[in-house]
Design a protein around this ligand. Structure first.
Ligand code: E4P
Length: 217
């Protein structure tokens, strides 16, 4: 399973990359806006840090405009994957872009039907939003699990990026149902690595070692 980081913050990206855990990056207009720096500069810097796919999102709503934006984004780096919203216009754009060899990530997927349509249009990745579905008491994991089964059944090469991940349990659960990728907020990496029994265990081992050293000296 691949881990992406869901941020446009280069410090968070460098940190996750230094742990040897990072396979790619996803950004969105909200995450870019938080950084307060030019979009192109941020994406190019991220692409220079990470050796993997980096999603950069279009802001147009018409297929022709999305295609123009996507063609420009794709020139920024070979790592760029163009994020396209899940709309009819988005599907049209994905269809054309896939024929041009431009990689796409269809975002804002909230149902199995949406994910299936995006895959059929030629999406490289689909991003079902786990956390936002749970926010409205819907079964985010169910959408991801059903999409995985359907993609396997029909031989789609489209990979599932489990998005809107909020907890360690989200990552564990999407891994269990075979999602190809989880895109994880930067703050979540250290939370996932931690366990109170690990801390307690280290404390106990060090204390016992100290006592043993005293005893043999
Ligand atoms: C996906 O690529 C999005 O950037 C992201 O996962 C959205 O997460 P949120 O629901 O926490 O904003």
């Amino acid at each position: 399973m691949k881990f992406f980081i869901d941020t446009a913050n280069v410090e968070e990206i460098r940190y996750a990359n230094s742990l040897g855990l990072l396979d790619g990056v996803t950004t969105n207009p909200t995450l870019i806006a938080k950084e307060g720096r030019p979009f192109e500069e941020v994406i190019k810097e991220i692409c220079s840090i990470v050796n993997g796919p980096v999603s950069a999102e279009v802001i147009s709503l018409k297929a022709d405009d999305m295609i123009d934006e996507a063609r420009e984004l794709a020139t920024w780096s070979k790592n760029v994957v163009v994020k396209i919203p899940m709309t009819i216009e988005g599907l049209k754009a994905v269809h054309i872009l896939s024929q041009e060899g431009i990689k796409t990530n269809v975002t804002l997927i909230f149902s199995v039907a949406q994910g299936l349509m995006a895959a059929k249009a030629g999406a490289t990745y689909v991003s079902p939003f786990m956390g936002r579905l749970e926010d409205i008491s819907s079964d985010g994991l169910g959408v991801i699990s059903d999409l995985k089964d359907i993609f396997d059944e029909f031989g789609f090469e489209t990979e599932i990026i489990s998005a809107s991940i909020r907890t360690t349990a989200h990552v564990e659960n999407v891994a269990k149902v075979g999602a190809h990728i989880a895109t994880i907020p930067g703050s979540q990496f250290s939370k996932m690595a931690a366990h109170p029994l690990t801390d307690k265990g280290i404390e106990g081992f060090l204390k016992d070692w100290e006592n043993y050293q005293k005893k043999i000296s």
